[in-house]
Structures are given as structure tokens and as C-alpha cells.
Write a protein of this length. Structure first.
Length: 185
């Protein structure tokens, strides 16, 4: 028997045998462990994120940036790594916030910043440092119930928390306020 037809016949027999014995089936549903924790798994992963928000008139209102975002649509929240928030108001007024981690709660339109949080009034250079800051995105109100340190120039103020109304440029300190004022040289 010639060599080429023998090789073709052998290849056909191998393909038929492999097809007969090897019958992979894809699971129509995930295993029980995966099904049980499906609601805990993120639906979307994003790297190097930047989102802009504009008002009805087309003016920029805020920007949210992050190194990583994991979205959980069933729970209406997203976990954020290294978030940065920039709030813009009219008359070139702006605020910047950054943290090590954060979370968005889409049900109530809030950005929750945690760990090494810094909020800066960009025009005056006033820096507010805390470990937790909740920002209501709709009305641009930031609040903290953790210890806060506010630094402007050589002056420093500490309190048990604060509320910042960004559009009005008002900072309200919570109880136990202590300030140190240093004269300018």
C-alpha cells in the first residue's frame, strides 16, 4: 500500500477516535460554588479610569479618576483603587480629593473615600486630611465623622469631623476644634 494514502487513513482514524472518546461539554451553568457567590463577583473591571460629568448646559461639573474600578451592578456599587475627584463650580472654583481607596454608591449618588483622604480647595490651597470622606455628588457636599486636620499656610485646625459645602466654599467644623495660628514671617 502506498505511503500517502496510509497516512491519510491513519489521520482520519485518529480524528474519529479522538472525536468519539474526547467529548468536551461546556457547562450550561457554573458550578455550585460559583453560582452561590455570583452576586459577590464584579461584573466589570476597568483600569486607568476617567469619567466626566456635565450639567444640562454642557458645563463640566466633576471628574472622577482611578487606577482601577470594579463594578457590581446588582448591588449598585463600585470599588475604586486610588480614586481622585475634581469638583468644578462656576467662576473657576474647584476642589480636588484623593484617597487610597473608595466606593461609589449609585443608589444615593455618593462617592465614599477611605484611607489617607485629602480634600484641597484649589484656589486657596487649603488642605483637609482625614481617613474617611463622603461626597454627595449631586449637591457637592463632603462630610467626615473622623478626625480632620485643616491646613492653610502656617495655620492648622483639628476637629472631630467636618462638612464642606463645595459650591458655597463653606467649611463647617464639628466638635472639639483646636486651632494653631502661626504669624506670617
Amino acid at each position: 500500500m502506498p505511503r500517502l494514502p496510509l497516512q491519510i487513513l491513519l489521520a482520519i482514524v485518529l480524528v474519529l477516535a479522538a472525536n468519539h472518546y474526547w467529548n468536551p461539554e461546556t457547562a450550561e451553568s457554573p458550578d455550585l460554588d460559583t453560582s452561590a457567590r455570583r452576586h459577590e463577583l464584579p461584573k466589570t473591571y476597568l483600569e486607568v479610569v476617567r469619567a466626566w460629568t456635565f450639567d444640562e448646559g454642557g458645563k463640566l461639573t466633576d471628574i472622577v479618576e482611578a487606577e482601577r474600578l470594579e463594578q457590581f451592578p446588582r448591588r449598585h456599587l463600585s470599588y475604586i483603587t486610588m480614586p481622585r475627584f475634581f469638583a468644578h463650580s462656576g467662576d473657576d472654583r474647584s476642589w480636588s480629593a484623593s484617597a487610597d481607596k473608595g466606593r461609589t454608591d449609585e443608589k444615593v449618588d455618593r462617592l465614599l473615600l477611605r484611607k489617607n483622604v485629602v480634600l484641597i480647595h484649589d484656589q486657596s490651597g487649603t488642605r483637609m486630611k482625614t481617613q474617611a470622606l463622603d461626597i454627595e455628588l449631586e449637591n457637592k457636599v463632603a462630610s467626615s465623622n473622623k478626625k480632620v486636620t485643616v491646613v492653610q499656610g502656617n495655620n492648622s485646625t483639628r476637629a472631630d469631623g467636618m462638612v464642606v459645602r463645595m459650591e458655597d466654599e463653606i467649611i463647617i467644623m464639628k466638635p472639639n476644634v483646636e486651632s494653631i495660628y502661626a504669624p506670617m514671617p
